[in-house]
Design a binder for this molecule. Structure first.
Ligand code: PRP
Ligand code: URA
Length: 207
């Protein structure tokens, strides 16, 4: 089961994304804000490690994050979400996976891949606003596992039941954090009620 974040701020940002009148500048800013909030939740279960530090007054054992992170946006729409994730994890490294959904077959096609050599030693936050058929997220997670990744969390703004089922059916070991779970997919593979084409709305490339 995905974790759906019901926090009022998440829901408000999501509503502004859904509104068809929201312009690209605001759309990107809201995605970035959601990237922060969803990352905050996605990191909740990561253990901390005690290490000794010196405060100005004395030494103490203090908690540090026990894992290093790689943020991997699925291009294009994942980019603004990744900016928010990096606001929360400024020490993270970034990898990129370019996937475009063929709008006839709805199958993802890989056109770019650039992952850091260290990726297998880190916890990957795979970020993409939309989990529709799930094809893109499934393909990206499969690619990351081929590069040796064993710790991964998928962060998405909006999911459809079909996409959640497809992703969890293939990558049951990867937790899924969502800002919302919508009703269904349209016959063209759009999430309903959804927010439209996230990449086009973020970058102003609507036809
Ligand atoms: C969108 C979205 C996801 C994908 C989701 O990207 O950002 O990556 O569709 O659909 P799926 O779950 O059915 O695979 P798109 O392929 O439109 O590319 P873009 O981000 O460049 O617009
Ligand atoms: N990709 C999008 O950007 N939006 C959808 O509703 C489905 C896939």
């Amino acid at each position: 089961m995905p974790t759906v974040i019901s926090h009022p701020l998440v829901q408000h940002h999501l509503t502004r994304l859904r509104d068809g009148d929201t312009a690209p500048t605001e759309f990107r800013a809201r995605l970035r804000a959601l990237g922060r909030l969803l990352t905050y939740e996605a990191i909740r279960a990561v253990p901390t490690q005690q290490r000794t530090i010196d405060t100005p007054l004395e030494a103490m054992d203090a908690p540090h994050l026990s894992q290093r992170f790689t943020v991997v946006p699925i291009l294009r729409a994942g980019l603004a979400l990744a900016d928010g994730a990096l606001d929360m994890l400024p020490d993270a490294v970034v990898g990129h996976v370019g996937l475009a959904r063929n709008e006839t077959t709805l199958e993802p096609e890989t056109y770019y891949e650039n992952l850091p050599a260290t990726v297998a030693d880190t916890h990957v936050l795979l970020v993409d606003p939309m989990l529709a058929t799930g094809g893109s997220a499934v393909a990206a997670a499969t690619l990351l596992k081929k590069h040796g990744v064993t710790r991964m969390t998928l962060v998405a703004v909006l999911g459809a039941p079909e996409g959640v089922g497809a992703f969890e059916g293939t990558h049951a070991d990867v937790p899924v954090v969502l800002g919302g779970l919508d009703r269904e997919l349209s016959d063209k593979g759009y999430i309903l009620p959804g927010l439209g084409d996230a990449g086009d709305r973020a970058f102003g490339t609507l036809g």
